[in-house]
Design a protein around this ligand. Sequence first.
Ligand code: ADQ
Length: 444
Amino acid sequence: MSRLVIVANRVPNPRERGATAGGLAVALKDAMSRREAMWFGWSGQTAEATATEPSINTQGKLTYATLDLGREDYRRYYQGFANATLWPTLHYRLGLALFQRADYAGYRAVNAAFATALAPLLRPDDLVWTHDFHLFPFGAELRRLGCRQRQGFFLHIPFPPFGLFSALPKAEELLADLAAYDVIGVQTEDDAANLRGALVAVGQAEAAERVAAFPVGIDAEAFRKLAERAMDRADTRRFSQSLVGRDLVIGVDRLDYTKGLPQRFAGYAQLLARFKAHHGKVTYLQVAPVSRGDVAQYRSLRRELDEWVGRINGQHAEPDWAPLRYMTRAVPRPTLAGFMRIARVGLVTPLRDGMNLVAKEYVAAQDPADPGVLLLSRFAGAAPQLPGAVLVNPLDPDAIAEALDAALSMPKEERVARWEAMRPAVWEAGARAWGRDFLAALEA
Ligand code: ADQ
């Protein structure tokens, strides 16, 4: 079996165990545990200048090869072009996208520097699998250095229609770079159609034929066990007791403007204002660890959410009941799994999301005999895969309130039927199937 080389912006630190917020690390674990593998990318550290030689750390069959980023490169490539230009654009939020040529130059320079650092470590029959929007040009940079290995690319976030993407200066260059990859994977059929359309529009019809959808899944059985075992944990029991019989609604997201949190809070406020039956009977816990806290839009979102929390609790709380509990810390996975199992409603309302693994984790965590209801944005990549979810338009707080009312009042029979309808997709289209299918396409 040939070695698998995973290239991603961020390589997890093998010495750091415990809570990681971020879908990529979760989804790749399985693909890498099965063969000899190397994980190459940024160390997460900054230095005076971007390193030219990776530091190498081998643990059994897995080698970590990481580079520190220079501070200026970090600002231009990571904070700038990746997070302030591509992230909003690919999530259909052109109004939030900032474009600066110097950022784009930094983005290209880091992609080139990464390729120069990886090339000497490659063996002729390696499979190189590059991930996500940070690294569109990476494959083309490797080709420029004469690397002939099979190369795959997977985009974890949405790809919008060409009319929107083409507003991005340098859109054509980025699309042309994708032609270097032998397989180009995206999450959904909609993303695939959009990306094919864009490639055809810029004269890359041949590359368009290499685009296919590979929806990311989770290790559902492992998450189910985690959730079941969590019922015996002290933190789960303490939390459960603190609810004193009230129904729990749970939200778990990185604190990001794509996740629809202000609209979600507005929807919950509408529920409390319009559906008095739930007054004093429901608790909503939102866990939203701060992410990209050094990017301006994320700081203003955080302030906006702080205000919402104060307003909702200020208006609706009773001395012995706070309708909304809000945490901006990461929570360890076992604790999170237990909280999801206790929750009567999983509230997952991103404005756009490549896939959204939290939706699948919520389904996996449920007790089959008495499952909760998944309330899901129709704009999450997971929506077409989860037919038992209650689908909502995440931009419409009234609709969120009505869906919450319906979910909280739903009889057990319907909850069980809906959960059963989602079980096959969550278990069978899991993390393992995703890695296997993508690698099979890459090896073909
Ligand atoms: P993310 O935008 O990070 O991922 P998501 O798919 O929901 O979103 O994955 C987040 C992961 O981090 C989940 O496993 C979740 O449990 C965990 N997590 C979230 N909040 C947490 C918290 N407070 N504490 C601890 N863990 C937390 C990107 C794309 C997604 C795509 C994934 C995978 O944006 O659309 O599904 O990659 O491809």
